[in-house]
Design a protein around this ligand. Structure first.
Ligand SMILES: [Zn+2]
Length: 453
């Protein structure tokens, strides 16, 4: 049982965090999305403060039941406090002056398409090398805080407006090309929306592959020496316990789906960014091995966007290698499931508009972007944007074409030479990134311009 002093400490931490969130919220009055999160977090803290208080008042020393109830509440409240602290930290730096994220508005148009409803995006600069877009409302759902989320976002004139938290490596704020990864991350937003369709589409594939691996899985379980009571005739339970099978398959399939979304929207530009984000990684319980992911993405491009796949500009990117996957049965079985899920998953994406679909339109777009970049001009100059569908298509096209420009060895060398940057590619890269940033930001400006005419 925690001592009085320990309970005082917990109460005092809850209250000081409550005050701190209030102070930060006051400092950032203009940011509606962050306000919603802060409001919800403060209500949660208030609720747990009261809960702990009540439990303390009700506890009668020496009365076993009331003491163990207090002990339980103390544990729950301590856990919730840690979660609130984490959530607050994630959402706390959105007003950083270092964020050149003028493109956030353009990105939120894209995100709205994937989420099927309007959303806002806030940024968290991370010191880890990580690019991630995650839904705050879903995080609240995982924590079972949905009530507070609804209370904080309730608007009388429409549905709850989700907030997407975009996590970006702090030392790469200038690398606009990294936003090719947004195609994968928004793929997860779409995967969440299409959860039932995805499960149906890959159900048979999963069963088939698991059956093919039955013998090997059984052997694996025998070798691991699983206690007898966990075994059934097919060793299914033991397998599940040992390898979190369900979790692995669900997560790997969603990961593969998000990869295919990225392949469809930005093609090999996603492989290029994957090389940057996953240096030395092999895959884990959440992600299939990089080598397998690369293979699936390349197969998708080869079969569904052949003109993109055979474009010689991408040769170097396609030839890249990844560490060999582990040989254990879980990795092999999971990888086989993902590889064979390619076509059923690809079939779910045929309706997803991509600027890469039409060979001629793509070639024209790529040429226009490259001409602009050659002359140090933002590649969005001659576009007119009238709706968010056009924002999305121009956004992905510009990411694709700029990445292609960057990896086209001869053209990029000529670009560097023209401006005297042949020995300092960093300057050329930062010029390219800033032209692209400007172009992506312009998409929202142009949309607003058109809508006020
Ligand atoms: Zn992912």
């Amino acid at each position: 049982m925690p001592s009085e002093w320990q309970m005082d400490c917990l109460t005092s931490r809850i209250r000081s965090l409550h005050l701190e969130i209030g102070r930060v919220a006051e400092k950032q009055p203009a940011h509606a999305a962050t306000h919603r999160i802060h409001g919800a977090l403060r209500s949660i803290l208030k609720r747990f403060d009261r809960l702990l208080d009540d439990a303390r008042r009700r506890a009668v020393p020496d009365q076993v039941r009331s003491v163990s109830a207090l002990e339980h509440t103390y544990g729950v409240v301590a856990k919730e406090l840690t979660r609130v602290t984490t959530m607050f930290r994630m959402c706390d730096r959105v007003d950083s002056p270092r964020i050149p994220f003028e493109i956030l508005r353009s990105l939120s148009h894209l995100a709205s398409i994937f989420a099927g409803a309007p959303v806002d995006i806030v940024v968290h600069l991370s010191t880890e090398y990580n690019y991630e877009i995650t839904s705050v409302s879903r995080q609240f759902e995982r924590y079972r805080w949905t009530t507070w989320w609804h209370a904080a976002v309730a608007s009388p004139d429409g549905p709850d407006r989700d907030v997407l938290l975009m996590i970006f490596p702090s030392y790469e704020v200038g690398t606009t090309l990294l936003h090719a990864a947004a195609a994968h991350e928004l793929g997860h937003v779409l995967a969440h929306r299409m959860d039932a369709e995805i499960s149906t589409a890959v159900g048979n594939t999963i069963t088939e592959v698991l059956e093919e691996f039955t013998e090997e899985r059984r052997e694996f379980v025998e070798v691991q020496g699983v206690p007898r009571e966990m075994k059934d005739s097919s060793s299914e339970n033991a397998w599940r316990v040992l390898l979190y099978r369900d979790s692995l398959i669900t997560k790997w399939i969603r990961e593969t789906f998000a990869d295919l979304v990225a392949a469809r929207l930005v093609g090999p530009a996603y492989l290029a960014v994957m090389d940057r984000l996953s240096v030395g990684q092999r895959g884990d319980i959440f992600h299939p091995p990089i080598a397998v992911r690369r293979r699936i993405i390349k197969s998708y491009l080869k079969r569904h966007l052949r003109h993109v796949f055979v474009d010689p500009a991408w040769r170097d990117v396609k030839q890249g290698e990844a560490p060999k996957p582990a040989r254990d049965v879980a990795t092999r079985c999971g990888s086989a499931i993902c590889e064979r899920a390619l076509e059923p998953l690809a079939a779910l994406l045929v309706g997803l508009n991509t600027p890469l679909a039409d060979r001629q339109i793509l070639a024209d777009g790529v040429r226009r972007v490259a001409d602009r970049l050659d002359n140090l001009a933002p590649p969005s100059l001659d576009l007119s944007i009238t709706n968010i569908g056009e924002v999305a298509s121009a956004f992905w096209l510009m990411i694709y074409a700029s990445a292609r420009y960057r990896v086209s060895i001869r053209r990029y060398a000529a670009f560097c030479e023209r401006y005297g940057w042949q020995n300092t590619t960093e300057i050329a890269d930062s010029a390219l990134n800033s032209m692209l940033l400007n172009a992506l930001q312009n998409l929202d400006v142009k949309l607003r311009w058109e809508s006020t005419r």
